[in-house]
Ligand binder design. Structure first.
Ligand SMILES: [Zn+2]
Ligand SMILES: [Zn+2]
Length: 140
């Protein structure tokens, strides 16, 4: 891997809590946000889920692919480590995109969450303390 590759070719590594599941994704995310919907809160156990979206073809599971826990349908699911349960990414938009759970990245992405979505179902015990735009549902 050459060190002076263009930014769009840079690869980021990610992994689960236990280390069985690992993936690589291009550092070329199309968007990133914090999702406050109740499902993202439950699947992460957190106040919200920071995620970034990219074409599905730009993510590759490098270890643990055969043992992922898939919750949902082939073209719309959450992919967790089959051993420790970490949420790694979600397959969305009819299977064309993935939403990478940013907390699983080992390397810092060039993209940062730029807004909050599903603020209408935000946890009542959490106050958003930044000035990023807030949306009641999806940013459309
Ligand atoms: Zn794991
Ligand atoms: Zn969500």
């Amino acid at each position: 891997m050459v060190s002076d590759a263009p930014a769009s070719e840079r690869r980021l590594k990610g992994r689960c809590y236990c280390g069985q599941s690992r993936f690589e994704v291009a550092d070329a995310f199309r968007y990133a946000a914090n999702c406050h919907c109740s499902q993202c809160r439950r699947t992460t156990g957190s106040a919200f889920k920071p995620f970034a979206g990219i074409e599905r073809t730009k993510l590759a599971v490098t270890e643990g692919a055969d043992a992922l826990l898939i919750v949902g349908e082939p073209d719309a699911h959450d992919a967790h480590c089959g051993r420790c349960g970490s949420l790694l990414f979600s397959v969305v938009r009819d299977g064309a995109y993935v939403h990478v759970a940013l907390g699983t990245l080992e390397d810092a992405p060039g993209t940062r969450p730029s807004h909050h979505i599903f603020v209408g179902s935000k946890a009542p015990w959490y106050e958003i303390a930044d000035d990023l735009p807030q949306f009641q549902g999806h940013l459309s």
